[in-house]
Design a protein around this ligand. Sequence first.
Ligand SMILES: C[S@@+](CC[C@H](N)C(=O)[O-])C[C@H]1O[C@@H](n2cnc3c(N)ncnc32)[C@H](O)[C@@H]1O
Length: 211
Amino acid sequence: MSETEKAYAERTIAAYRVHAKKASRNWARGRRPSRFLREFAAALPPGGRVLDYGCGTGLEMAWLRSRGFRAEGVDGTLEFVLEARRRCPGSRVLHARFETIPLPPGRYDGIWCNAALLHVPPRELARQLEKLKRALRPGGWLGLTLAWGRGKRFVRRDWIPGRYFACTTRPEAAALLRDWALRRLAVAAGDGRRGRWIQVLGSWDNKACRG
Ligand SMILES: C[S@@+](CC[C@H](N)C(=O)[O-])C[C@H]1O[C@@H](n2cnc3c(N)ncnc32)[C@H](O)[C@@H]1O
């Protein structure tokens, strides 16, 4: 990774901060829980503890709460975290970077990570998936979406210019998730977002991870 690329998180979060109001408005407009979010929720035990990793303004966290789950959030953009806290009073929403936040082992019945880890480079994505795996209870579920395709770059001509994106092909996703039990690994249309997406619904038994 070049020196410029190493700043991918700084630059991506700076871009979100500059355009936070616009992003918040756009994400909220006509947003409904996606079919994939519903499928993820259906896999969880009633009232389970869920982490929304890269929760943005907390729209999906709020929906998960409305379904009776105990939802927590993490996001690196302060403006989004403040909005998520307002939207989800009483829920823990941490302002933190993926790269540095430790997650407690075995805490979650489910981790939802929608369109967020597409902002980290491939090697970091592998590290993040290991961390998420350890944060799940045995039998817990990961619901993950990544931008489908090839290419890793800062995108200048965009409605939020300057963000870093790393796209993932299906074989790359399959290799990254080879030791997960996958209920779903699909390339699908956006479910409310433009483009095509890798959707993953996978489970992990922490017992297999010992030693
Ligand atoms: C496209 S938004 C998706 C937000 C939310 N999951 C949704 O579906 O509405 C990507 C989110 O990832 C967060 N993010 C990007 N890079 C991050 C990083 N390195 N650490 C923590 N959060 C990050 C951004 O702040 C943003 O909220």
